[in-house]
Ligand binder design. Structure first.
Ligand SMILES: [Zn+2]
Length: 442
């Protein structure tokens, strides 16, 4: 199905991608799996799924591949429990794959991420058959996996080809579509975080990746009720949006276009294996709540006048040793604290630079605030949209109490060297006030 790459941003992004050769999104697309495979892969296929994703798309995928003369083997993970996004699981898949076999992941977030990691370590391309519009990782050049308990985005090649059958995706559980909406919603505050880093001269906005995410974002988020109802056009927009976000990350070379404070907060819960009712809380649900909390911080920040900041705050701010002590207090000794210390060291600035930064903020605040207002939406508006999409918004909805939300928001910035609103609030001495204002009433 040739697409007009000049008019279609997704086709244009695929044309620019060094790794993704084709993204096929259409109703009934699974019937074309054999032809798609023949265009991009050789040899036999190993179909990797779990019980649920196999039921959603496995037999159709297998039949389509077999009909095209492609030999297949099944590797189906038993659930429950839902597979965990760990390097250990990815390694077990890598060892399971036979020489010359092409991995075909049939599923959504975790299955794609572990297959991506296994394929990359084998230096082999893989085919991704997405079964839900639940996250943005199908086309992204990284796998967010835990290794010895520390969650990080490990650089990997994305799928060479991605197939999204909109009939299958529309039948995915409503909650999963809500997760995808939540992951996309996070791009609103993540874009604001990038604007801050750009304005401070820390990380310039990339004019290729930015419009891929932010150009269509308000449109993809505009009709949450239709997404919840499984409306084909709305689901198609959501899946295409998530796919474009993945490509933006690959073209930019990091997850900056898609991930800021919202994801840092979410990653802490994911690293804790946050569970509810015996099931792990999904990435998209954690991001939805992280997004809401970040927007509440922004609501408060935008009501402040940063032209009146006191640069002498830099002289009273915690030094690196004090930050290390806070990290140890937050995470205890061990791998997580050690990694967090490295990330925090990478963005720590000395007192003179800190003073300069506050001076800069005082100077640029009117312009920066205007840019942020144009990017953001009020937290209350986002909360209503998330709920209409079937996604959570309040921490309590994913089983996180007020004290844990407070703790997570305070500690999330230690996880990544990436500069976000959490760093701006910390460096200006406003973080505790902002958190207190953003928390739900006790
Ligand atoms: Zn995400």
């Amino acid at each position: 199905m040739p697409t007009d790459s000049a008019a279609d941003p997704l086709a244009r992004a695929v044309a620019q991608s060094a790794s993704v050769a084709e993204v096929l999104i259409a109703p009934g697309a699974i019937a074309q799996a054999g032809a798609l495979y023949r265009r991009h892969f050789t040899g036999p296929a190993c179909l990797i799924a779990d019980d649920a994703s196999w039921a959603a798309a496995g037999p159709q995928a297998e039949a389509a591949l077999n009909a095209a003369g492609i030999a297949t083997r099944r590797h189906i993970l038993a659930i429950p429990p839902r597979p965990k996004p760990t390097v250990e699981l990815a390694d077990s898949l890598r060892h399971m794959l036979a020489p010359g076999e092409t991995p075909v992941s049939i599923g959504s977030g975790v299955l794609n991420d572990v297959t991506k990691h296994a394929a990359f370590r084998l230096d082999r391309p893989y085919l991704c058959i997405g079964t839900a519009a639940s996250m943005d990782g199908y086309t992204s050049a990284g796998a967010p996996l835990s290794e010895k308990g520390f969650k990080k985005t490990i650089p990997c090649r994305p799928a060479r080809a991605v197939l999204g059958d909109l009939d299958i995706i529309a039948r995915a559980p409503r909650a999963m579509t809500g997760w995808g909406y939540g992951d996309l919603a996070g791009k609103v505050p993540a874009g604001a975080d990038w604007i801050i880093a750009d304005a401070l001269g820390l990380e310039a906005i990339d004019t290729v990746a930015w419009p891929l995410v932010q150009g269509g974002l308000r449109g993809w988020l505009a009709n949450p009720a239709a997404i919840a109802a499984g409306d084909p056009a709305a689901i198609s927009g959501l899946f295409r949006g998530l796919t474009l976000v993945g490509l933006a990350m690959e073209l930019h070379g990091s997850s900056r276009p898609a991930s800021g404070a919202d994801h840092q907060i979410a990653h802490l819960w994911e690293m804790e294996d946050l569970s509810q009712g015996g099931a792990r809380v999904s990435h998209g649900a954690c991001v939805a709540v992280g997004c809401s909390m970040t927007l509440r911080l922004y609501d408060w920040l935008l009501a402040q006048d940063l032209t009146r900041l006191d640069p002498s705050h830099a002289d009273r701010a915690p030094d690196l040793d004090a930050k290390f002590a806070a990290i140890t207090a937050a995470f205890g000794p061990g791998e997580i604290a050690a990694r967090a210390a490295e990330e925090t060291r990478a963005k720590h600035i000395d007192r003179a630079a800190h003073r300069d930064r506050i001076e800069t903020l005082r100077r640029i605040w009117p312009d920066l605030a205007a840019r942020l207002r144009a990017q953001l939406m009020p937290a209350a508006e986002m909360r209503a949209a998330l709920h209409a999409a079937g996604a959570p918004s309040d921490a309590a909805e994913i089983g996180v109490d007020r004290a844990a939300l407070e703790r997570t928001t305070r500690n999330a910035r230690f996880l990544r060297s990436r500069y976000t609103v959490l760093d701006l609030l910390d460096e200006t001495g406003l973080l505790e006030q902002a958190i207190a204002a953003a928390l739900p009433p006790s």
